[in-house]
Design a protein around this ligand. Sequence first.
Ligand SMILES: Cc1cc2nc3c(=O)[nH]c(=O)nc-3n(C[C@H](O)[C@H](O)[C@H](O)COP(=O)(O)OP(=O)(O)OC[C@H]3O[C@@H](n4cnc5c(N)ncnc54)[C@H](O)[C@@H]3O)c2cc1C
Length: 343
Amino acid sequence: MKNSLRAHNTLRLQSSCESLDSFDSVERLQQCLQWSQRFSAEALVLGYGSNVVLPAFYPGMVLFNRIMGTEVISETDDHVHVVVGAGENWHAFVEQCMHQQWYGLENLASIPGSVGAAPVQNIGAYGVDVSQWLIQCEVFCRETRQCYHLSAVECGFGYRSSIFKQAKKGKLVILRVHFLLNKRPQLQLTYPSLIRYVAENRLPQTPLSIFNAVVAIRGMRLPRVEQIGNAGSFFVNPIISQVQFDELIARFSCAFDHYVLPDKRVKLFAGQLLKLLGWQTVRRNGFSLYSKNALILTHDGEGSQSECLQFAKNLQDSVRGVFGVSLTIEPEVITGITEPVSC
Ligand SMILES: Cc1cc2nc3c(=O)[nH]c(=O)nc-3n(C[C@H](O)[C@H](O)[C@H](O)COP(=O)(O)OP(=O)(O)OC[C@H]3O[C@@H](n4cnc5c(N)ncnc54)[C@H](O)[C@@H]3O)c2cc1C
C-alpha cells in the first residue's frame, strides 16, 4: 500500500497517509509544513509510533522527527545539564546516561519511543516521571512559526499528561529536551515490584542495578513490540473516590488491588478489572489482551483503527456495566478516515 504506516506504529494497525516525510532540523520542518499547507493538508508529527492508534487513512502528511544529538551544556560536581534531540531513541539515551554516570532516568529504561515524545505524556514507570528530571523543552510553534523554550512548569505536567496533550495539542513540535541529571547516585527505590526484584536477586543498590532490574522486569511483563503489536498500557489506571471504592468492595467478594493516593482517592488497576471479567481469553479480529498483563491490548492480525476501537469499547462497556468504573484510552487516537481505502 502507498505510504503505509503499518511499520510506523507499534500496534501494527493497517494505516496509510497522503504523504510521508521526516525532518532533522527546524528549517526542514518548516519546509515540510509549508508544503503541506500549500495543499491545505493536515500534518501529524510522530516519533516511533508507540503511543498512537492510527486511522485507516490519515488525509495529510505524516512527519517523523529525526532531530538527533546529545550535548552537555554545563556541569558541576553534582549535576549535568544535557540537551537531547527529540528524534533520539529514549532507551538508547537512558543507556547512554548509565555509561556517562548521569543518574535519575534509570527507572525509565526500556520505554519505547523517542525523546521528543517523552514529555508529551510525561512518561513514567517504577515510581519516576520524566518531569522530575526535565528542565525545559525547545519547541516550534506551528501557528506563529517561532521557536522558543518552555520551562518544566510551563509544560504543565500531570499524571501521563502535559500541555502538549492538552491546551497546546498538535500546536507545538518538541525539537530538543533539556535534562538536569545527578552525578551522584540517588536511588529511587519505592516501587514494590522493583524493591522485591532487587531484594530477591540480591542486587547491589546502584543506579546500574536498577537500570538492569527495570530492563529485566519489563522483559518479563511486556510483549516486545518487534514480536507482537501493542502500544503498552492501553488504558489509564482509573482513579475513584473512597466512597466508590467502599461500595465496590461491599458489592463484590474479591480483593481489588489498589493504591491510596495522598488525597485519599483510590487508584485501581484496569488490567485486574478486565481479567476479573474474563477478557484475557477473548480474541476479536486479531485483538486480544496480553496473557501476562491484561492492561496491554495486543494485535497480531490485519485489523484497523475501527476494529481496535470497537474491541476497546467492548472492554470499556463491560467494566462500566459491572463495576461502574470508566476506563480511558491511554494512547493518542488520531483522527482520520476510519474505513480502509485502496491506494
Ligand atoms: C511496550 C510498550 C511499553 C510502554 N511503556 C510505557 C511506560 O512504562 N510508561 C509510559 O509512560 N509510556 C509507555 N509506553 C508508551 C510510549 O512508549 C510512550 O508514550 C513514548 O513516549 C511514545 O514515544 P513515540 O516516539 O513512539 O511517540 P508517538 O507514538 O510517535 O507519538 C505519541 C504522541 O506524541 C506526539 N509527538 C511525538 N513526537 C512529538 C514531538 N517531537 N513534538 C510534539 N509532539 C510529538 C504525537 O503527535 C502523538 O500525539 C509504552 C509503549 C509500549 C509499546
